[in-house]
Design a protein around this ligand. Structure first.
Ligand code: ZN
Ligand code: ZN
Length: 245
């Protein structure tokens, strides 16, 4: 029987020896961790456009912040995602989640890194935690894998233990905004305030749907003294019809 350690070494050697492949369709590409031209053309990169705070598209009458954020500034001071949620971006997230393909975490981090905050002195990357029973079953948290790659690329510190999910939450799939909010309320805790107090926390997640999970994280982080909370995800649901996914 081959142990996981041997498998991961074999994998690393294979990753090194084999030509890089497009994480979208699998064709051989020149550029490691990048998409082929065809996939790249089909991806909706969101970039740093939209509302300065929530990142959603601005109306013609808005300046740099949308009316919703102006009326009630959200707890999360800046929300950014690399790409729009669609079949391709979803497939990367799914394969990372169930297949532990670290190469996919590197690809995601590559496109997320330009959206990290410019000011990084007091910055800390905090992956959205899973409940320990889920981490136990799966063996890893996909957001931790992405956050580690981002930390390397951006030269930012990471703390995977700053937040804890102390209550198991039901799958949020198919729930509306209000139901989701209720389902995650009180699920997170900051075990040690000194780890986050005074810092800019950048929450790292794979897919952003309504933002209720991140919002629940931000609430406890702010309460523990975090100076500012941002959210950076790989993909983001832009069309409300996709909330059922
Ligand atoms: Zn491709
Ligand atoms: Zn906004």
């Amino acid at each position: 029987m081959i142990g996981p350690a041997v498998r991961s070494v074999t994998r690393a050697v294979l990753d090194f020896a084999l030509p890089p492949r497009c994480p979208g369709c699998g064709v051989i590409v020149d550029d490691i961790d990048g998409f082929c031209v065809d996939c790249w053309k089909g991806i909706d990169f969101l970039g740093d456009a939209g509302c300065k705070t929530c990142g959603l598209p601005l109306q013609a009458t808005d300046a740099d912040t949308c009316g919703v954020c102006l009326a009630k500034p959200p707890r999360i001071a800046r929300t950014r995602s690399a790409v729009a949620y669609d079949d391709l971006s979803r497939s990367l997230a799914i394969r990372l989640k169930y297949g532990r393909k670290v190469a996919l975490a590197r690809t995601m981090a590559r496109y997320m890194a330009p959206l990290l905050p410019k000011e990084r002195a007091d910055c800390l990357l905090v992956p959205v935690p899973l409940h320990r029973s889920r981490t136990w079953n799966r063996g890893f948290n996909q957001s931790v894998l992405v956050a580690r790659e981002l930390a390397k690329r951006g030269g930012i510190r990471i703390d995977s233990f700053a937040l804890r999910r102390h209550r198991r939450t039901p799958p949020l799939k198919g729930m509306g905004m209000l139901q989701r909010r209720k389902a995650v309320a009180g699920a997170f805790a900051v075990p040690d305030r000194t780890r986050v107090a005074g810092k800019t926390i950048v929450l790292i997640d794979d897919v952003l749907t309504t933002g209720s999970t991140a919002e629940a994280c931000a609430r406890v982080l702010k309460r523990a003294g975090a100076a500012r909370v941002e959210l950076l995800s790989w993909a983001r649901v832009v069309r409300p019809s996709q909330l059922a996914l």
